[in-house]
Ligand binder design. Sequence first.
Ligand code: PGA
Length: 240
Amino acid sequence: MTKIIIGNQKMYMDKEDVLSFVNDIKSYDKGSVPVILCPTFVYLDYYKDVCKVGAQNVSINDNGSYTGEVSASQLSSLGINYCIVGHSERRNFQKETDDEINKKIKKLLEKDIVPILCVGEKKEERDNNLTEIIIKKELEQDLKDITRDNIDKIIIAYEPIWAIGTGLTPTNSEIDETITFIKNYLKTIYNDVNVTVLYGGSVSEKNVDELNSIASVDGYLIGGASTKFASLSYIIDSQK
Ligand code: PGA
């Protein structure tokens, strides 16, 4: 089954790298594989004509004196249709709370921007069998007051924090178990809904063939490997 490929390019790449990357993507045939790339704010416009584009963050506010922030309506005015929320780097470095993540999801939905909500456990939480408890708590708080009408407009990314940027990944059966848990949890809350759930954390051209066999995984959220055209195109080609 073709999986959705989302690239979280974080704060990697300067303008020269971006221009050469965009040029490579422009002349590459993605076939029918859905590809969404999320560069840093300042480069969003460069990607618009070559693929679907997402932002990496959004403000909890609509408009006003919020220096350095970018609103959902500003993203929408640029034709941006996706936005990552609740990434563990923002939860950790910017101390983003579940309440703020919930507000961001609501602001995005108001502007018809698809939130890509990241959830996942720390290593010691997995070691202590707390993965499902942690993820359930995040989902409960981040999706507070989100209705049945809106839930399938959200993409969930399961990203074990210890797998991000480390080259480590859970086993295929651990990934399958956690993704199935997320899907079943949402089905019980939202009356049998089917939500798209991605895996993220050290996905690369080296492990994608093995990960592709996990049927419950609807796609990947890819960090480092999404900034290298050779790696990204290998991953996309593996879906054709
Ligand atoms: P990684 O990052 O692929 O570099 O591990 C994934 C992410 O943070 O979304």
